[in-house]
Write a protein that binds this ligand. Structure first.
Ligand SMILES: [Zn+2]
Length: 754
């Protein structure tokens, strides 16, 4: 051989070696779509969705359970652990067989070669088989035997549209591959051998015979003992493929497609919550309330541990597939605790500050309480516990709509995308929309803020929205929880519907037109959100948060492990301070303890505000530090608790003990209830186009006072006892002035719109 020839041969060999080295694609199954598979926190299968190519193909596994590994190696490739990817003896034998018969009849393929074939999906020819053999040797260099076996188990066909061991285990035996018996493992080991003809539904005798022959081989080889062998022989073959488990179906639907997700859902809890919600929803469906959703969050981790997107997926109805837990719905009163906590935190109010509850018209918005009554004045905590609308609107006006709107967004509500002015003051009464999952998470954020768990937690969508975005003041939260734990509230809850009541801080909400019923409950350990209504949006008379959602919330609470703990009281540093008059300069007050976030201040018990010099019985109270900047009590005159005339008018019937200061010229005697100053009125018209006019109303402290009414200086009438007068001023600006018999007068300016 010449030197040149030798060189060429070396070059050729080197070339071939390089070709061999680079012949195997980096990722064998790169474009193979997988099923969406979702597991519980414990690793139980919650549900799965078919892959994009309509195959049940679970994402690839790392290892193969030992029974199946032994069975498949014995059946397919008994020298698997010894050969370098090809088995020359069986390959040559197979080639001879094939050439003799003129077409491809028998295997001779190792498991490694089969993995190559599964990844290439070419026709089965002798030429392709040779290529597979070469690739298989290269594959052995890259992967361990364990990895090769796992690839085989992940992509082998198992009849019909079932691909891979894990999907096959679930479809044929209803359990994960790790829990297969010997009989089952052997069945699945022989199945891919000829999946088209060996579908378990057909040719059962041939399949049974193959399985039993394999079991005998395993017995002979010592892989299983005589008892296990006999037990395995007696196992029946599977019937038609089984449906996969389907828990938290809407949650599964929301998980990333084509991959497996290890969720935070707790398996047993999820099943129990589904049962409870489905039962209640089926009951309520008879009353026209078709849909219900629930979300449970573990406050310690911040993770969702149970998620019912919509109850009773088997009960047919139009909205059954809607995941309501993540759909925007009108919030009703469910956001009120955030306003109370924020207003406390920022010193807009103190925990018990008296809020007005009188008729009001704010730019055309005239809020009403649920019971259509006015109470004159209500302490803020009671207004929250009773979910009164009018005081909440007054509070939002003081706090500021843009500020509250921004706060809700920082709490993780993504559904309030419009400008704050779009919602206006109705934001606190359901003028905006919220998602149950986000609202429950925002409530959980209150608990986490209180317990100091503000690091944020990954959500099912991977967002970090908890804690970090809003830094809550613990004292403000403490009073919020205290107000919300009041269970004896007059808002229409039928307690007979609730089996047993555990302690929870909770809030209900009912949207306009009885379309949405909300209830959210908090304990230090869990936050539970429930929504009831119709996915399609129609309202149902009597559908209220307390009636429809509250009982389910407590049912779920009863399913949760009980730690018995409650929110620890905020620890005050030092001792209660001395009486603090309404002095704005906190540092100038001796005896006052100003801690980081909270402080003691001297509070007027009647008004709940900082005690002023005229307040007779000031009490020390723990308040958020910012509360030192709040307004002092304006309701004490000469030591006597005296409301404004309008508040008094509505307050008295509910508080017979109320007297107010003796009528004297130093206090306001009269106040307009309607209209409020500076507003624009639009007078209703009758059918014939005639203006109906509006009823003007005035409160006078003296029960028997006579009042003389003037519209723009012109006398228009007099009233006694009840001061109401219907007036029809022309469009434009006007002033109404009322004068009583003693010469006291009050005026209100307003505009009548066209
Ligand atoms: Zn006072």
């Amino acid at each position: 051989m010449t030197k040149t020839a030798r060189k060429w041969i070396w070059a050729l060999l080197a070339g071939l070696f390089l070709a061999w080295l680079f012949c195997l694609p980096r990722n064998l199954f790169k474009d193979t779509p997988c099923s969406t598979v979702v597991y519980s926190a414990e690793g139980e299968l919650l549900g799965a969705r078919i892959a994009d190519d309509q195959q049940w193909r679970f994402p690839p596994c790392d290892t193969v359970p030992s029974r199946y590994a032994k069975a498949v190696v014995r059946f397919e490739d008994r020298h698997f652990y010894w050969h370098p990817g090809v088995n020359p003896v069986s390959l040559v034998r197979a080639l001879i067989d094939n050439i003799r018969s003129g077409h491809v009849v028998s295997g001779g393929s190792t498991l490694t070669m089969q993995v190559v074939r599964l990844s290439r999906r070419r026709e089965r020819t002798v030429w392709q088989k040779l290529i597979e053999a070469v690739l298989a040797t290269r594959m052995e260099l890259r992967y361990s035997k364990r990895e090769i076996l796992a690839l085989y188990a992940s992509y082998a066909p198992f009849g019909g549209n079932v691909v891979g061991l894990e999907a096959a285990s679930w479809r044929y035996f209803g359990r994960p591959a790790g829990e297969l018996s010997w009989g089952e493992a052997a069945t699945l080991a022989v199945l891919p051998n000829a999946p088209a003809s060996m579908h378990p539904g057909r040719n059962r005798d041939a399949l049974l015979e193959k399985r039993n022959r394999l079991l005998a081989g395993l017995l002979e080889h010592g892989d299983l003992d005589q008892d296990s062998y006999e037990a395995a022989l007696s196992e029946p073959l599977p019937d038609a493929p089984l449906p996969l488990p389907s828990y938290a179906p809407h949650f599964v639907e929301s998980c990333p497609r084509g991959v497996q997700t290890h969720s935070s859902i707790r398996y047993s809890l999820q099943r129990a919550v589904e049962t409870a919600v489905n039962r209640k929803s089926d009951e309520m469906a008879r009353e026209g309330v078709a849909d219900m959703a629930a979300v449970v969050i573990d406050n310690t981790s911040g993770a969702v541990v149970a998620y019912v997107g919509n109850a009773s997926p088997d009960r047919e109805r139009p909205g059954v597939s809607v995941d309501i837990a993540s759909s925007p719905r009108s919030t009703g009163s469910i956001l009120k605790p955030f306003l109370y906590a924020a207003a406390l935190q920022d010193g807009v109010i103190l925990p018990e500050t008296l809020l007005p509850d009188i008729p009001v018209n704010m730019g055309g918005f005239a809020p009403q309480n649920f019971d259509r009554q006015f109470y004159g004045a209500v302490h803020a905590s009671e207004a929250l516990a009773r979910s009164l609308n009018v005081p909440a609107v007054f509070l939002l006006r003081s706090y500021g709509v843009p500020r509250f709107h921004e706060l809700l967004q920082r709490c993780g509500l993504t559904t309030l995308g419009k400008d704050a002015s779009y919602y206006g003051l109705s934001l606190i009464l359901g003028g905006g929309e919220g998602r149950l999952d986000e609202i429950t998470r925002a409530y959980s954020g209150l608990v986490r803020g209180y317990l100091g768990l503000t690091d944020g937690a990954s959500t099912k969508t991977g967002q970090n929205v908890l804690g970090g975005a809003v830094k809550w003041d613990k004292t403000a939260l403490w009073y919020t929880f205290e107000a919300l734990k009041e269970v004896n509230r007059p808002d229409e809850l039928d307690w007979r519907l609730i089996s047993s009541v555990r302690k929870a801080a909770w809030k209900t909400g009912t949207s306009y037109g009885f379309r949405d019923a909300w209830a959210v409950g908090m304990t230090p350990d869990y936050t539970i959100g429930v929504w009831a209504g119709n996915a399609e949006g129609q309202g149902v008379p009597g559908l209220t948060g307390a009636r429809a959602a509250g009982p389910v919330m407590f049912d779920i609470l009863n399913l949760l492990p009980e730690s018995g703990r409650w929110f620890p009281e905020p620890e005050a540093v030092g001792l209660p301070g001395e009486a603090v008059p309404g002095n704005k300069n906190a540092d100038a007050r001796p005896g006052l303890i100003r801690a980081d976030q909270f402080t003691y201040a001297s509070i007027c018990p009647e008004s709940g505000m900082l005690a002023g010099v005229d307040c007779p019985h000031p009490q020390p109270m723990l308040i958020p530090s910012a509360g030192l900047e709040s307004d002092p009590c304006p309701y004490h005159t000469d030591g006597i608790f005296t409301l404004t005339p309008a508040m008094e008018w509505y307050y008295k019937p509910h508080h017979p003990e109320y007297t107010g200061a003796p009528v004297a010229r130093t206090t306001a005697l009269m106040e307009f209830i309607y209209p409020s100053g500076g507003t624009t009125l639009y007078l209703p018209r009758q059918l014939d186009g005639k203006v109906e006019g509006a009823v003007f109303r005035l409160a006078h402290r003296k029960a028997d006072a006579t009042v003389f009414w003037h519209l723009d200086q012109t006398y228009v009438g007099e009233t006694r006892f009840i001061h109401e007068l219907r007036l029809s001023p022309a469009p434009g600006r006007h002033v109404v002035t009322c004068v009583d018999g003693e010469g006291n007068s009050v005026s209100v300016g307003f505009t009548v719109g066209e």
